[in-house]
Structure formats: C-alpha cells, structure tokens
Design a protein around this ligand. Structure first.
Ligand SMILES: [Mg+2]
Length: 263
C-alpha cells in the first residue's frame, strides 16, 4: 500500500472507522474485486473477498457495488446472499438490497443511436465481442494481441465517431475495450446520489481500478478514502494504491477489525 495523496491517509481513515456512527464501503467489481478473465462470464472475486464482504455487512457497514456491468450480472458473479445494493451500467441502473430496481429513462434518439452502433458492429463481424447493456454498447478485446487491438480500436472509432455527434452519445475507453454510452451519467453521479443518503458523520470509502473509477475518486475527494486497486499504479485521483489480491484482502481485514468484526 502506498499513499498517493496526502488529503486522507489510510491510517487516519482506519482510526476514524473505529468511532463513526455509520460506515459505507463502495466497490467497483471487475479488476477491483475480481481479476480480469478473457471470458467475462467467468470473472469471479479473488478467493476470500466474498466471505469478508459478508462479514463486513454483518458488522453493520453498508456495502454498495458500482459497476459498468448490468446490475444483475454483478449479483450473479459476486455470489453474496442476500445481495448488497448494486449500481449497474456506470450508475444508470440501481438494484437495491430489498430487490427494488430503478433505471434511468434512455431518450428514444439515443436508443436509436445505440441500435445503429450494434448494427454497424454486426456488419464488420464483431458480434462475438459486443456487449449490449442498458444505455450502452461495449466492445471487449481482452485476450487479443496488441496489433489486433489496434486494428479493432481504429475500426470501431471510425464506425462510431459519427454517432457521437449525431445522437449524441459518449465514447469511453476502459481497461479492455471501448464503450458507446448515453452521456451525462457516470460513477461520480452514483457517488453524489449515495452521499445525499449518507449520514454526514459516516466513514466512506471507494475502491476501483479503471479510468471510469476516476469520476468516483473525484466525487469523493476530501469526503472519504479512495483507493486505486491495480497490479501497477498509474496517475490517479485516488488517495492510496492497493495491490491485489493481498493488499485488498488486508484492507477488508482492517475494515472488519476497525468495525468490531471477527477475522
Ligand atoms: Mg473495474
């Protein structure tokens, strides 16, 4: 673990965690709790992560997952019952712990743009790498060679760039792919919405790995602890860097100890 920023230190955060009236732990899924796999349907959490999350929930922490995946997919992969709350599709969907579900209305014009984006991918035989989600279309290239990635990336940019201005949609590069999505909703918005429901005295942390998590890191700046979870560090707005899986597991154990749980 390495401090990347001096605003909130890991040690002072753990101290604070011992005495606060409420605790909130916000987590990205892919790359943060689960290592990347070529077959995305097999991306299971690192060993020991799910049972620690269960024990953290049992000690009274509110855990919420915020992922680029559809919310129900995150629930089936994480395998925690009863499931925690999940904000899916970068915050466009919200599936609460009580099972209630909300999704942002996608304007018809942008739905048409996303349908066209899918048709364009089919026309160049990229169907098998295409993922259709609420409010977005993603193409995944994990497992391909660097030259194949370059080729696919320039092909998609060429196909999709006209749609960005016409519909309008936003183009987002993430770790392992490219995504075309409805603009104006990101993980930072999910964080801001959660903060409005959170006790101002609560200790709150966010863990993420990808460029899309930077919006969340910025939204929580100065209010909570933010951690970049990644095998290698990179420029980030996060306060600390955790190298998974070991330092991630230690983080959960520290959380559990500070909140009076059993290891
Ligand atoms: Mg991620």
């Amino acid at each position: 673990m390495k401090a990347l920023d001096r605003e909130i230190s890991y040690a002072s955060f753990l101290d604070q965690l011992r005495s606060v009236p409420a605790r909130v732990l916000l987590l990205d899924y892919d790359g943060t709790l689960a290592p990347f796999t070529v077959d995305r349907s097999l991306a299971l959490p690192y060993p020991g992560v799910a049972d620690r999350m269960i024990r953290i929930i049992e000690t009274g922490t509110r855990i919420t997952l915020i992922s680029g995946r559809p919310a129900r997919e995150v629930i089936s992969l994480i395998g925690i019952h009863p499931h925690p709350e999940v904000w899916g599709s970068h915050g466009l969907e919200r599936l609460k712990a009580d099972g209630s579900y909300e999704i942002c209305q996608i304007p018809l014009q942008q739905q048409a743009g996303l349908s066209l984006a899918v048709q364009l991918l089919r026309a160049v035989q990229l169907d098998s790498q295409t993922e259709i989600k609420p409010g977005s279309v993603a193409v995944h290239w994990r497992g391909l060679s660097p030259s194949e990635v370059d080729e696919i990336k320039s092909k998609i940019r060429h196909l999709w760039l006209p749609l960005v201005t016409e519909y309008p949609l936003s183009l987002l590069e993430f770790d392992g792919g490219l995504e075309l999505r409805v603009p104006g909703r990101d993980k930072g918005d999910a964080i801001r919405a959660i903060l409005t429901e959170t006790n101002p005295e609560a200790a709150i942390a966010y863990l993420g790995d990808d460029q899309t998590d930077e919006d969340a890191f910025r939204a929580l700046k100065g209010r909570g602890l933010t951690a970049l979870v990644r095998p290698q560090p990179r420029p980030t707005a996060a306060d600390i860097w955790l190298q998974p899986p070991q330092e991630l597991i230690e983080f959960f154990d520290n959380w559990l100890k500070a909140s009076g749980g059993e290891l």
